[in-house]
Design a binder for this molecule. Structure first.
Ligand code: SF4
Length: 82
């Protein structure tokens, strides 16, 4: 029930959920792509290639922390991988 006493339209929730799922899937894909990239500078050096980017891993080319960068739709890979 909303503040005006009307029941919100179910489609608004469905749209918000779909948007969130799309965002989460893109984010996960970006971390996986970076995890397979040789330009990723790992915070922990013992992590094998292919492990999705975590914590303070950053890009050698742009210097960005991937965990943050991958979450913004306005950000892109400097060599066009995503
Ligand atoms: S942003 Fe691009 S170049 Fe940098 S680590 Fe990720 S995939 Fe590699």
């Amino acid at each position: 029930m909303s503040c005006c006493g009307k029941k919100p339209a179910a489609s608004a929730f469905v749209r918000a959920k779909d948007k969130w799922n799309e965002y989460a899937e893109n984010y996960r894909q970006h971390l996986e792509i970076c995890g397979n990239c040789i330009e990723l500078r790992r915070f922990h050096s013992v992590v094998p290639l292919g492990t999705p980017a975590t914590k303070l891993d950053n890009c050698r080319i742009c210097g960005c922390v991937i965990l943050l960068k991958a979450g913004f739709s306005s950000q892109h890979c400097p060599i066009g991988k995503w």
